[in-house]
Design a protein around this ligand. Sequence first.
Ligand SMILES: [Zn+2]
Length: 687
Amino acid sequence: MTAIRLAAAGTAALVALALLASCRQAEEPLPAAPPPQSIATKTGAEMVLIPAGRFRMGATDGKADEAPVHEVSVDSFLMDRTEVTQEQYEKLVVGNPSHFKGPDRPAEQVSWADAAMYCNLRSRDEGLEPCYDEKTTKCNFRASGYRLPTEAEWEYACRAGSDARYGFGSDERQLKQSAWYAENSSKKTQPVAQKKPNAWGLFDMHGNVAEWCNDVYSAEYYAASPAGNPSGPDDGERYVLRGGAWNSSAEGCRSAARFGEDPGFQDACFARDAIGFRCVRRPPAGIARGALSLVHPAFPGNTVPPGHSQGKYRCLFSVPQLRRSRTEKSHRYLASASRIRAVPETPGRTLGLATWLVGQTARTSDSPSNAAAGKKTGFVYGEVYLRHRTSEGHPERPERLTAILSRLEDKGLLAGLTRIEPLAAADRWLTTVHSPEYVERIRRACREDAAAVDSRDTPVCRESFQAAAAAAGGVLAAVDAVMDGKVHNAFCAVRPPGHHAMKDRAMGFCLLNNVAIAARYAQEKRHLAKVLIVDWDVHHGNGTQAAFNADPSVLYFSVHQHPFYPGTGTADDRGEGKGLGTKINVPLRAGSGDAEYVKAFQERLRPAALAFRPDFVLVSAGFDAYEHDLLGGMKVTPRGFAELTRIVKEIAERCCGGRLVSVLEGGYDLDGLAACVEAHLRVLIER
Ligand SMILES: [Zn+2]
């Protein structure tokens, strides 16, 4: 195997993964976190574009070398989404040094110099300028090729906007969901990308293998570190390792934990087979360092021709050669308003990854500042939903949807929405919430033309299962449309509703729990860690709460009339086990109206949601708290629902780039329902 000779190979002090008293750092609400944007590279590695920004480096409750905490700014850079795998390593280097073999496992037993050489080989393979001088190992940060991250870049990317002990927060008990470490690794490395990624879409930043950084290690460095793009001391005997490994304690996996290691393992403290790396590189040529401080999938592909203004942004130039990758469509890079001068207008330059580079024009300050300008709100609807016929006189009837549709058409709103066609959700997703036996039971009941399932209030017909599966599938399609950047947010005009449906039981007009299934889909299919479900239907969403009652990854918030059907959702019902405290119920007396609802949203939902920092927001949007509803006894007006929508939308904008899908639940006064949906949609489409 190729190696670079290193002059420095001295002794290294033992690094103890000392367990320190755990002391929670404050978790402050964060500004909007950009959703991860990734590109595929030739070696098969996916890279995430990390936005430029500032963060507080170090920790006050860690080891002495993590102090003082100091503010650091870093330019934007691309970082491998996972640790370099053995398959990726072997594509460029002859021989695989790893102890725990497996193509998807991280490459380990890789010295610092071998990691640097891999970076150079990967750069040459893609026609980029290598960063490392192969005689001196000095890094040229201006080169276009791959290199190891600086320690500051690594910690900034690991934190992904969080000041807490880990990227996901400070609760050590959640580490198992994000990391392979001593508690759960079975004493070996594990395939990459099995655990939950951080808010910027990076996997295994905590655990699996410790990762080489470019910097020489010094325990005293933070006291003298520059504030902008620090790159470590000039020389020293050890290099920085970050992130903890399969054999580390939870303490050793913290975002701020740092270790110094002999670069060639002559005097290794860490086990050799617990050390790997990942690569970074500068943002693409043509964009000055630091220019990409705002990253957002803002524009639908190929709709903004070069030179054409759309909202506040103007497309500066097109990119003729696109890298064909499955994520291509979601790559839209916006240069930040303040740095736009750093972006040269270079027609025809090949960036290799961006569809359009969109820049702010000088004279459009009256346009929306939102990066999502130009993207529409999605609307899920299908004729199939009308085929679920309930009994004569039943309030949950097909006319509910036709009333909504004709109102939106009359008001000229429908044409401005992006239609999303529903497909039936596969059983694989239905059974993330319901038992296979239950799914089969309602399928059979419909096939056999049963009158109802489980209770008389949940009548069915032959086509009810088809409609229910398409209702769930419509919500999943909306999640996909938001995640793929096709729409900014979406409303799903679906029926039958879902929030009362239990794992094994239909109830309250509900067959399949559309919102709960969508939450699991967002987590399992789209790899999102945390989902917020806001339920403002007049009834408590007992089925949804039950599905996640012991699960801290889903924050469920419900405001509802109480006492009322189904009887659950008292204020002291806060979840159970690990989920305790992540279920928030605000029961209100009959007769409550806009003021009580808005107060609950401002005072209870908002702070909890900002602290939780969801990756996706789902709304169980029932409109049966409307003042003249046939079933509910509340006094909420369309204006009130608009205000609730505004609060939830702001939470989504601040926490997860605006990702929000709202799903129809109840609402039984046809005119009132249509008016409330109109008010709700008018806020969703605001930019
Ligand atoms: Zn309801």
